[in-house]
Ligand binder design. Structure first.
Ligand code: MG
Length: 370
């Protein structure tokens, strides 16, 4: 007997403008929206969003796994909860799918309780989350323009994608130009997306010591935890692990090695809200900060990340959630747009967003829907 009806639709859409990262240019975002309809008519939404540079390969894998698990998922909420607890697939695709299904399950529960998801997760959930702007242009002039516009829009933290310049001198010059453009009061973060070796990172960060860098995300490749720890020991800039935080066990290893001052939490990478909250708890015990960041999801996944961030206790650095406008469409009726460097939590129950079916139809990935 089916007591949860599963549906999904895959999308593929362009970024509003190409995003420069050390993984290369991001030009398209592929993902899928899924929904679970309960016997009481309550719907929960989730978004399957493997990291954008991997999504063309990982999304079909995630959707194949979704179909494989369909009968188990549709048995009902208690069965789905057990499946999520004992999730069978820890690959990139598997974690992204786990996050989407869990979001849909939890959203339905929050809706039934009449509460925003963050409030359902924590009675002390915050109502606003401070967010950073992300500067994605590679050329110095473009990066400077974007950074200035961010400060004019009220952002107090700017994150610059690094690891994109050809030489160390050019890298230093680009960072210095952005620092000069935003002035001394605004926090400046770098994200190298794993582009550097430990030695290069230390050298660069020493040269950048006078630029007051708040932190550097993932200076070395995700698999190099020793390198990350080395950068943290030798460089005069705090270090955040991002791509390396691939779940609870990975987070535990990073904390044991004292390899990071902060952990970046992305739902499709961490494997969902419950696992991300558990990682945040472990990090807090070790005095390590967490930063919730989108994976450039459309509006459903972005809302889930915002609720996660709002549910976390204690001080929270600016989160990487000001990303709605980086994509051609949000696929929801209520895009989560920051104001004055903050995102306000939707007040409605659940995720607080409604699927924009016309936009979803427009960006639907050919031949992929159920
Ligand atoms: Mg990052």
């Amino acid at each position: 007997m089916v007591s949860l009806a599963l549906g999904w639709a895959a999308y593929r859409m362009p970024f509003a403008r190409p995003v420069a990262t050390a993984h290369g240019w991001l030009e398209h975002r592929a993902g899928a929206i899924l929904w679970l309809d309960g016997p009481d008519g309550v719907r929960g939404l989730g978004e399957v969003a493997p990291l954008p540079h991997l999504a063309e390969r990982e999304l079909p894998r995630a959707l194949a796994l979704l179909e494989e698990l369909r009968s188990e998922i549709e048995r009902g909420e208690p069965e789905l909860e057990c499946l999520l607890d004992d999730w069978p697939d820890c690959t990139e695709a598997g974690r992204a799918l786990c996050a989407a299904l869990e979001t849909a399950l939890l959203e339905a529960r929050a809706r039934r309780a009449g509460l925003p998801l963050a409030r359902w997760l924590s009675g002390e959930a915050r109502v606003t989350v401070s967010v950073n702007a992300v500067v994605t242009a590679a050329p110095v002039a473009g990066a400077v323009d974007e950074a200035r516009a961010a400060v004019a829009a009220g952002f107090r933290t700017v994150k610059l994608k690094a690891g994109v310049a050809e030489t160390e001198a050019a890298e230093v010059e680009r960072v210095a130009a952005v620092r000069a453009a935003i002035g001394p009061e605004v926090r400046l973060r770098l994200d190298a997306n794993g582009a550097w070796t430990a030695d290069r990172a230390v050298r660069l960060l020493r040269r950048l010591a006078s630029e007051e860098i708040e932190l550097v995300e993932q200076p070395v490749p995700a698999g190099d935890l020793e390198g990350l720890a080395e950068v943290r020991r030798r460089a005069p800039v705090p270090v955040a692990a991002d791509e390396a935080v691939t779940g609870l066990e990975a987070a535990r290893r990073i904390l044991e090695l004292e390899a990071a001052d902060a952990l970046v939490l992305k739902l499709p990478v961490a494997g969902g809200i419950t696992r991300a909250r558990k990682i945040a708890e472990l990090a807090a015990e070790r005095g390590c900060a967490v930063i919730v960041t989108s994976a450039f999801e459309a509006g459903v996944g972005l809302a889930a990340a915002l609720h996660l961030a709002a549910s976390l206790p204690g001080p929270l650095p600016a989160c990487g959630l000001a990303t709605a406008e980086l994509l051609a469409a949000t696929l929801v009726d209520e895009p989560l747009l920051p104001s004055g460097g903050e995102l306000r939590l939707p007040a409605r129950p659940g995720l607080g967003v409604t699927l924009d079916t016309a936009a979803l139809a427009r960006w639907r990935r050919e031949g992929e829907e159920r």
